[in-house]
Design a protein around this ligand. Structure first.
Ligand code: NAD
Length: 433
């Protein structure tokens, strides 16, 4: 099929290359000319494991092209996939200006039947609005579908190529048929494809993210309780997760969730609910627990240092919102760094891939280090925020020798408490005695 993917970010780029890899002819387009220029030079503008080689092989095979000429790419396509950003507005609602701008461009360039697919996460009812916008410009037939994306940054290619499930929502039988064909090479099991109406598909994406966020906030709340009661949340987590009705995934207590999806999607979902007069009380609690959790490491450190943070040096390990990505949107590390700088502390930071993105935001307000050891040099405390593999087995003796004071906060419970303690560290984790 001839596809055009509009928006070449984490989702659009992965979807574009994924569909190309199974034999489609894909044009990836974007308004960001510098991004497209980099892609045309063979550079990949984001860090995502395996993406560079997959792009290179599909460009070489002539199935994947990049362009800023969105109008031409729409005219050439049978299926147009919208994968632009839907960032949060100040009131928590999703900003749909890019989605609607794209819908107008599609309407203006209709030259035959096309399926218009929204992969961006959008509020319920957006497919209807896209249909109205396109319909204002054309008499040509078209079908609009919602096809929310569930990939995880850091494992995006595998998630896209071998999805647990694919959701396609449309009120057009013809659009559903085209998309069923498009996904056939990727969906291996008969129950892997969920077809439904567009509104249900749009709600499914928010429901899925809200459910995952709920599990995390639930465990974070219990972790705080566990610590106060002298219980070990890690023991509790394993035993609770052993029940097949619960399952072990997404039960890890930590420094709060960040990223470009969960925080914005739970805010948008509450806004959607309010719009129809319903208060989502559970989701509201999930959000407020997360806000508190993102400040927990700072509060622990302040307490330990008797409020004396001015002039102290703190090492921060891990800046991305999770391992295996360079995405720092809503990262708990940035909340911590902000609080530390406000309190007059100096920050020495390390992350395997996200330091350039942080530098673009914070400039030289913090010191960027080549590894966790350099970050620890002269530090009064070290805080692990993102559980990169690189940090899992440190040389604790070396760290202790480098630091001014042996103070360690583990925001992801990656070490067994007795390990750093056996080297003389004051060690605190999340929800552990
Ligand atoms: P992103 O910010 O990485 O990429 C969005 C791209 O859209 C950018 O390259 C931007 O230049 C481009 N763009 C913006 N306006 C445009 C326009 N008018 N015309 C053409 N291009 C335009 O965003 P992302 O992380 O890829 O997310 C995209 C959507 O997918 C969001 O709605 C997000 O919620 C959803 N989503 C993201 C993930 C994820 O893990 N990142 C997972 C599932 C769903």
């Amino acid at each position: 099929m001839k596809l055009t993917v509009i928006g070449t970010g984490y989702v659009g780029l992965v979807a574009g290359v994924g569909f190309a890899d199974v034999g489609n002819d894909v044009a990836c387009v974007d308004v960001d000319a510098s991004k497209i220029a980099r892609l045309e030079r063979g550079e990949v503008p984001i860090y995502e494991p395996g993406l560079d080689t997959l792009i290179a092989s599909n460009v070489k095979a002539g199935r994947l092209t990049f362009s800023t000429d969105i109008a031409a790419a729409i005219r050439a396509a049978e299926v147009v996939i919208i994968a632009v950003g839907t960032p949060p507005r100040a009131d928590g609602s999703a900003d749909l200006s890019a989605v609607f701008a794209v819908a107008e461009t599609i309407g203006q360039n209709m030259n035959g039947f096309k399926v218009v697919v929204t992969k961006s996460t959008v509020p319920v009812g957006t497919a209807d609005r896209i249909e109205q916008i396109i319909g204002r410009y054309t008499d040509q037939l078209f079908g609009v579908a919602s096809n929310p994306e569930f990939l995880k940054e850091g494992a995006a290619i595998n998630d896209f190529m071998k999805p647990d499930r694919v959701v396609i929502g449309s009120n057009s039988a013809r659009a559903l048929e085209v998309l069923r064909t498009l996904y056939t090479p990727l969906v291996r099991t008969s129950d892997g494809l969920h077809t439904m109406d567009a509104r249900s598909a749009e709600l499914t994406k928010y429901a899925a993210n809200a459910m995952l966020a709920t599990r995390i906030s639930f465990m974070n709340d219990l972790a705080v309780l566990s610590e106060k009661l002298g219980a070990d949340i890690e023991q509790v987590r394993k035993a609770v997760g052993a029940d097949p009705r619960v399952g072990p995934k997404f039960l890890y207590p930590g420094a709060g969730f960040g990223g470009s999806c969960f925080p914005k999607d739970i805010a948008a979902l509450q806004h959607i609910a309010k719009g129809v007069g319903h208060e989502l009380e559970v989701v509201r609690a999930v959000e407020s627990v997360n806000h508190r959790q993102k400040r927990l490491l700072f509060e622990k450190l302040r307490r330990h240092l008797d409020g004396e943070l001015k002039g102290r040096t703190v090492a921060v390990w891990g800046l991305a919102f999770k391992p295996k990505t360079d995405d720092i949107r809503e990262s708990p590390a940035l909340v911590l760094i902000h609080d530390l700088l406000e309190a007059g502390a100096r920050v020495r930071a390390h992350d395997p891939v996200a330091m350039d993105n942080v530098r673009a935001q914070l400039g030289e307000r913090i010191t960027y280090c080549k590894d966790m050891y350099e970050a620890a040099e002269g530090a009064d405390a070290a805080v692990l925020v993102t559980e990169w593999q690189d940090y899992r087995q440190p040389d604790f003796a070396r760290l202790k020798g480098l630091m001014r004071a042996p103070v360690l906060l583990d925001g992801r419970n990656i070490w067994e408490p007795q390990e750093p303690r056996s080297f003389g560290f004051w060690y605190s984790a999340i929800g552990r005695p």
